[in-house]
Ligand binder design. Structure first.
Ligand SMILES: [Zn+2]
Ligand SMILES: [Zn+2]
Ligand SMILES: [Zn+2]
Length: 132
């Protein structure tokens, strides 16, 4: 992006205000006023990056591992006629990344890249399984 990228310019100003926050009460107040906007920004970025369950496909002509028949209400039909067992998610993926990434295999494990980057910046360390 060019030097006139408004988002990066604003972040530079927020960073400058944060650097002066402890220099004076006025600096503290000015930097503190940035916090709600920053929280809103991060919340908006992460809003759609949430784990969604992935269900395993199984045969529909014999009882499923969960012990229920296909028609028991805990099974859904997959895209190719498979029986998806809603009793037993086999993992989680990021809903947004799964829908939108060009290579959806990147989204097959939760937490996704976007969430991981945000968590690392927030906590200063990696998270596992979405737990800080
Ligand atoms: Zn994601
Ligand atoms: Zn089942
Ligand atoms: Zn079941």
């Amino acid at each position: 992006m060019a030097d006139d990228d408004p988002v990066r310019l604003e972040l530079d100003e927020i960073r400058d205000r944060a650097a002066l926050a402890y220099a004076s009460p006025k600096g503290m107040a000015e930097s503190g006023a940035d916090v709600p906007r920053l929280v809103e920004t991060i919340t908006a970025l992460l809003d759609d990056h949430k784990p969604v369950p992935l269900y395993a496909a199984g045969p529909r002509d014999k009882p499923c591992d969960c012990g229920h028949d296909f028609d028991a209400g805990c099974h859904d039909e997959g895209g190719n006629g498979d029986s998806l067992c809603l009793c037993q998610p086999e993992g989680f993926a990021c809903g947004w990344c799964r829908e939108n990434l060009i290579d959806p295999t990147d989204a097959e494990e939760w937490p996704c890249n976007t969430y991981t980057i945000a968590a690392k910046a927030l906590f200063g360390e990696e998270v596992r399984d979405g737990q800080a």
